[in-house]
Design a protein around this ligand. Structure first.
Ligand SMILES: NC(=O)c1ccc[n+]([C@@H]2O[C@H](COP(=O)([O-])OP(=O)(O)OC[C@H]3O[C@@H](n4cnc5c(N)ncnc54)[C@H](OP(=O)(O)O)[C@@H]3O)[C@@H](O)[C@H]2O)c1
Length: 229
C-alpha cells in the first residue's frame, strides 16, 4: 500500500483520493487555502485520509499527484518532491491560466513544463484527459472486459511502472504513450482529450464509457498539433 500525496484536492484530486482510499491506500490532501478547508472531505474519506500543506503532502507521499490549475504550477514545492514519482493531471486553459508562451508556440508540453519546474522528480503525465466523474465511475477489477485504460507518458520506465501499479490498484490499466514529450498527443483539443471516455453520440460531459486499448490507439493516432490544424 502507498501513501498518495495530493497537491490540489478539487475535482480530480478529490476523486483520486476517494479511489485511493477505497483501494486501501493512505492519502494526504492539500490545497491552496489550507488544511482546515479540507475537513469535510477528510471526514468523508475516513481514517486513511488527512489534510496538510502542499509541502507536507509532497513530503508524505510515496507517490504524489499534482492536480492544480496550471497557472499555479510554479507554487508546487520542489525540494520535498526530489527523487519522487509525480503524476501530472494538469491541462492548459489560457482563459484560466493566462498565456504561457512555450505552450502557445508548442515548443514544450504541459507536463514537460512541470518536469522543468521539478528537475529531480520523475513526472508522469496521466488522468489529464478523463473527466473526474468518469474517472470516479469507470474503474473495474483486473480482467473485467469493461476495464478501461489510462494514457500515461513519462521519461522514466520505473516511474511509469509505479504509476501502472497504482492505476491497477484503483481499477485501471495503463496505456504507455511514450516519453513525456509525446504527452501532447492527449493534451487539450486533441482527439484523445475529451472523446475517449465519453459515450458515443452524447455531449460532454455525458455518460462515461469504458475505454479499450483500441479506442485509445485510434484517438491517439488522430492527434494533431495546433500548428497542423
Ligand atoms: N475537472 C476535471 O474533470 C479534470 C480532468 C482532467 C484534468 N483536469 C485538470 O487537472 C487540474 C485540476 O483540475 P480540477 O478540476 O480538479 O480543479 P479544481 O476542482 O479547481 O481544484 C483545484 C485544486 O487545486 C488547488 N490549488 C489551487 N492553487 C493551488 C496552489 N497554489 N497550491 C496548492 N493547491 C492549489 C485548489 O485549492 P483551493 O480550493 O484551496 O483553491 C483545489 O484544491 C487542472 O489543471 C485541470 O485542467 C481536470
Amino acid at each position: 500500500m502507498t501513501t498518495l500525496g495530493l497537491i490540489g484536492s478539487g475535482h480530480i484530486g478529490g476523486t483520486l483520493a476517494r479511489l485511493a482510499v477505497d483501494a486501501g491506500h493512505d492519502v494526504v490532501l492539500s490545497n491552496r487555502r489550507g488544511p482546515d478547508t479540507l475537513a469535510d472531505l477528510v471526514a468523508e474519506l475516513g481514517p486513511r485520509a488527512r489534510a496538510a500543506t502542499p509541502a507536507e503532502a509532497a513530503e508524505a507521499g510515496d507517490l504524489v499527484v499534482v492536480t492544480v490549475p496550471l497557472k499555479a504550477y510554479r507554487d508546487v514545492p520542489v525540494e520535498p518532491l526530489r527523487g519522487k514519482v509525480v503524476i501530472d493531471t494538469n491541462n492548459y486553459y489560457p482563459e484560466r491560466d493566462g498565456h504561457i508562451a512555450e505552450l502557445d508556440d508548442e515548443s514544450t508540453t504541459v507536463s514537460e513544463l512541470l518536469q522543468a519546474h521539478l528537475p529531480e522528480s520523475r513526472v508522469v503525465k496521466g488522468f489529464n484527459n478523463i473527466y473526474f466523474e468518469h474517472l470516479g465511475k469507470l474503474g473495474r477489477p483486473a480482467g473485467d472486459p469493461e476495464r478501461s485504460l489510462i494514457a500515461i507518458a513519462g521519461d522514466d520506465a520505473e516511474a511509469k511502472r509505479t504509476v501502472t501499479e497504482f492505476l491497477d490498484s484503483i481499477g485501471y490499466d495503463a496505456y504507455d504513450v511514450g516519453p513525456l514529450a509525446e504527452g501532447w498527443r492527449f493534451q487539450r483539443d486533441t482527439a484523445a482529450y475529451a472523446g475517449v471516455y465519453l459515450a458515443p453520440g452524447t455531449e460532454f460531459p455525458g455518460p462515461g464509457r469504458p475505454a479499450t486499448a483500441e479506442i485509445l490507439r485510434e484517438k491517439l493516432a488522430a492527434a494533431k498539433r495546433y500548428r497542423d490544424m
